[in-house]
Design a protein around this ligand. Structure first.
Ligand SMILES: NC(=O)c1ccc[n+]([C@@H]2O[C@H](COP(=O)([O-])OP(=O)(O)OC[C@H]3O[C@@H](n4cnc5c(N)ncnc54)[C@H](OP(=O)(O)O)[C@@H]3O)[C@@H](O)[C@H]2O)c1
Length: 245
């Protein structure tokens, strides 16, 4: 029976992932900023078989509060097997271009906040010598593009941080997983026109659960995004800078 802490538990991808673990009787500590959504999620997970669903309100950018939040979650569950960091914002790239404040806010929510959480969680895992730190990044972090490079910068920084953390914690038996979803149909992408490359949160969740079980280091969900991003990364910068991507 897994003990799972989820930061940003109300995200569509996180909820779909949690439902998979609930069926196997997991015990959850669910953190999100909206108490009503949290209560609904907790009830749903219990109905699906979760053994416990503790909840707490969590604002990603309240960095000072993180230590207390993590301590309470770990005390309540008496340790943890998996910590999933799922929250994020896809800010308006064009608005970021004229607003330093908005750019920093996006970097804060998508990079500084998870990096702060991971710094604290990693020290705990290093002492307990086990655990999975699973973090949702994005294919957008693989290469800067004009359409979303502020979001991409945050996810790219997060991926590099996780790479270093993985290297450090490998010696302690701690699993660090970087999750890179492609186009997933969730509230975050509600306004995007959908096409053949789009997948459901349930498909993403299946890939995430498999990657956690297999102790993968980096997973693209679905896996074929690795090929797409490989092609995108292989385009020489001299050509890439002229493309409208
Ligand atoms: N959907 C995609 O195509 C896609 C692709 C690549 C990566 N991702 C990543 O996947 C993760 C999950 O996103 P999703 O697609 O499942 O979208 P989502 O359903 O819109 O979830 C985003 C979540 O982030 C939470 N959140 C945003 N700002 C927060 C803050 N300041 N404090 C606490 N929570 C905050 C939201 O809380 P509320 O419920 O209160 O709004 C929501 O639960 C994100 O990291 C996203 O960047 C998504």
């Amino acid at each position: 029976m897994k003990k799972i802490i989820i930061f940003g538990a109300t995200s569509a991808i996180a909820q779909a992932t949690a439902r998979r673990y609930a069926q196997r009787g997991a015990r959850f500590y669910l953190l999100a900023r909206d108490p009503d959504k949290l209560a609904l999620l907790a009830a749903d997970l219990r109905a699906r078989g979760a053994q416990a669903t503790h909840t707490a309100v969590f604002e990603a950018n309240d960095i000072e509060a993180q230590t207390g939040v993590i301590d309470t979650a770990i005390d309540t569950l008496d340790g943890f097997d998996i910590a999933l960091i799922a929250y994020g914002t896809l800010g308006d790239q064009r608005q970021c271009e004229t607003s330093v404040a908005l750019t920093l806010q996006e970097l804060g929510t998508n990079a500084f906040s998870p990096i702060a959480l991971l710094t604290r969680l990693a020290n705990y895992c290093e002492i307990q010598r086990y655990g999975t730190l699973a973090v949702i990044g994005s294919v957008a972090g693989d290469r800067g593009r004009q359409s979303n490079y502020v979001y991409g910068t945050a996810k790219g920084a997060l991926a590099i941080f996780l790479q270093g953390l993985r290297n450090r914690l490998a010696h302690s038996g701690v699993h660090v997983l970087t999750i890179k979803p492609g186009f997933i149909d969730t509230p975050m992408t509600a306004d995007f026109p959908k096409g053949k490359l789009w997948r459901s949160p349930e498909t993403a969740a299946k890939g995430i659960e498999r990657a956690i079980t297999a102790r993968r280091n980096v997973v693209y969900v679905p896996g074929w995004w690795q090929v797409i991003m490989g092609v995108i990364q292989s385009i020489p910068e001299a050509i890439f800078k002229h493309l409208r991507l």
